[in-house]
Design a binder for this molecule. Sequence first.
Ligand SMILES: [Zn+2]
Length: 144
Amino acid sequence: MITVLNVDGQKLTPCVLDRAWREVNRARAVWIDEQTIQLLYNPFSFRDYRKTALKRDKYTCLWCGRPATTVDHIVPSSKGGSDLPQNLLAACMACNTKRGNRSAFSYLIEKVFSVPNLIKLSYRIIKARRNHRQTNRCKYSSTA
Ligand SMILES: [Zn+2]
């Protein structure tokens, strides 16, 4: 098992090696030594962001209008998408699973006739993608 430290260096629940590598590969954690990773984000705030996004969207899946219990990342975390509410959509388990790692736009095209509020959803996606590009641009310019 791998020791997991939070942003402040406090120990969290340990995780398996696969999971540790996944966090590191997504730039969400760094290796401290062979047995320890430190997270670069606060896992407790993700819980809060998730709750904020669900509440904002009235616990209704934006893809199909059914009750939502999960959140869907507009820009997937595997592509560096943030965990902030602006990048999250309330989604039912079925839509979240079906979309998987596909881009939000390609799933939108598939669901275009069942989306309850197409304008609202398109606007959200466009805004999240624009935010994502701007954040990345800042990252590049600060390292230059
Ligand atoms: Zn749904």
